[in-house]
Design a protein around this ligand. Structure first.
Ligand code: AMP
Length: 178
């Protein structure tokens, strides 16, 4: 399947969750068996040569793609969750949003020092979420081999910000505009 066909499977919903945002909805791609297989194949082809120890996915759509990728590579999966969702002892990082702050957490011990991890999410916009997640992983002594996304919004500069932070990043599809 071509990148154009894959991109066509992503639905754009204007003004969600607030006016002015073009929401790039991957649920339509996920619901298409061929499209889902193609997306995961493309992500796996990029990730496999890196031979990561672990796949780390960001809540919530990063769980879907990250778990599928982990299965494709035969690796374990670790979730990065929003504040207060994980039942065990956690370690976290606060990060700044457009309005206010938020917190990302992982279970203590699930990302061991020295682990070589691949970070996964569905989409990168400003890069704030992925940058915070990468920092949290580094604080555990892990090295982030790459941050891999299904979709990049290049006009928002997230991948450039991540790279400036020393995190190699790549995306399968790109959408112009925000
Ligand atoms: P950011 O921290 O700005 O890079 O935002 C990335 C996070 O917000 C990801 O977890 C995305 O799922 C979500 N997100 C941000 N903008 C959009 C958008 N236009 N469409 C879909 N998801 C988005």
């Amino acid at each position: 399947m071509s990148i154009d066909s894959l991109t066509t499977l992503v639905r754009t919903i204007p003004d969600f969750p607030k006016p002015g945002i073009q929401f790039r909805d991957i649920t339509t791609l996920l619901a298409d068996g061929e499209g889902l297989r193609e997306l995961i194949k493309r992500m796996a082809d990029i990730a496999r040569p890196l031979d990561p120890d672990l796949i780390v996915g960001i809540e919530a759509r990063g769980f879907i793609l990250g778990a599928a990728l982990a299965l494709a590579l035969g690796k374990g999966f670790v979730p990065v969750r929003k504040k207060g969702k994980l039942p065990g002892k956690t370690v976290g990082i606060d990060y700044v949003l457009e309005y206010g702050t938020d917190r990302l957490e992982i279970h203590v011990g699930q990302v061991p020092a020295g682990a070589r991890v691949l970070l996964v999410d569905d989409l990168i916009a400003t890069g704030g979420t992925a940058t915070a997640a990468a920092q949290l992983l580094r604080e555990q002594g892990a090295s982030v081999l790459m941050a891999l996304f299904a979709i990049d919004l290049p006009d928002l500069g997230g991948m450039v910000a991540l790279e400036a932070d020393g995190v190699v990043s790549q995306a399968i599809m790109a959408f112009e505009g925000d």
